[in-house]
Design a protein around this ligand. Sequence first.
Ligand code: CTP
Length: 433
Amino acid sequence: MSGRTPSSPAPPPDVPAPPAAGRARPTVALAVSGSIAAYKASEVARLLIQGGARVLPIMTRAAQQFLGPMTLSGLCGEPVRDTMWDPGFAGELHVALAAEADLVLLVPATADVLARLAAGRADDLVTALALCAKGPVLAAPAMHPRMWAHPATARNVAALETDGRVQLIGPVFGEVASGERGLGRMAEPAAIAAAALSRLAPRDLAGLRLVVTAGPTLEDLDPVRFLGNRSTGKMGFAVAERAAARGAEVTLIAGPVALSTPPGVRRVDVRGALAMRAALWQALGDDLRGADALVMTAAVSDYRPAEQHPTKLKRTPDLTTLPLVPNPDLLAEVGAARAGLAGAAGGGRSRPPALVGFAVETDTDEGVIAHARRKLAGKRVDLIVANHAADSFGRDDNRATLVTHDAADALGVLPKAALADRILDRVSRLCAR
Ligand code: CTP
């Protein structure tokens, strides 16, 4: 079972970044069972490999009716194993695979596989491996909605939940092979790969308390109108998701966005800059001891209407300008408070938080870096993630430069999850100082 260096096209947006150089590649045993959804296992294998994993493919005989073993062995660079009785293998194959696999992933998991897992059966290589696994076992069920809804399946799923040894990814609501719609469709390959890779991520941020702000702030003019910006929150949610996956305790303060809360993250929803400011200080505490780091990805509106009208403003010929008042600069306020603490810190045990800001500009690359340096000094922070509006807003990837007082590290185009990991690597170093 020899490894293979993955080829390097950019990973898709919602798949975590490959492990940094020097980190060992985690090994996933990918067990494929007989369902039409088996064809999607090849995409899961590809995404896992792009995400930095080594993949050991296992297929039941039934799975091979739906997906050719050559496809998986070619993608994974590993032989497909399909039986416990392999005369070419000296030893117990399920035990050897279990020893190598950091995670066992069953894609798809049929109703029959769930039943055999729930009963603790070990009558083929897939179930014997799942029973013998030393790490997490994840399963992505796929079946007709009536099979998923059947009391026998529900009983098996409940038993697996009680035992806590197999975690399910999905199923989801959608179209199934018969063309009908319902709950039973297998989760999308990207979601399955992301779930597996995040279980394998090193927990190198365990013990770190991180506050992340994300999305726009919307500044109300009246009950139907507001001042806003194009931020979608994707970058901040990626930072929160990756930080939690790496073991950090994360508070995510989110402006109005259409994104679901990443697993394990505490979310506080706000609307305007003043509400974000209140939530931020609530999380940090007046003495800034509530967090080890703050990552301000939010596009905080610089201004708000001078007056918030309780009823809808009517169109009148003389209403042609909108009086605005400046919002406080939230990051600069925290930067100033930290600078104030520096002198007074004395022998206190906790150090003030590391501060990371973002700068979105519409300038040349040199201009973007110059603006970032000014913001770094003006807001008194440790790092500014500088980027162009056209490269970032609403996109799943971003082209950013990490700007500090003495360096500007241009990262090139990265999926936001991968950029989040690079930012978090820096946060981790700043907190260790
Ligand atoms: N920021 C903040 N409070 C504000 C404005 C910005 O905390 N009222 C934070 C953002 O979260 C981000 C960084 O500061 O981390 C962005 O700073 P800046 O570029 O000054 O915001 P812009 O309003 O885009 O700045 P400018 O108009 O000067 O380019």
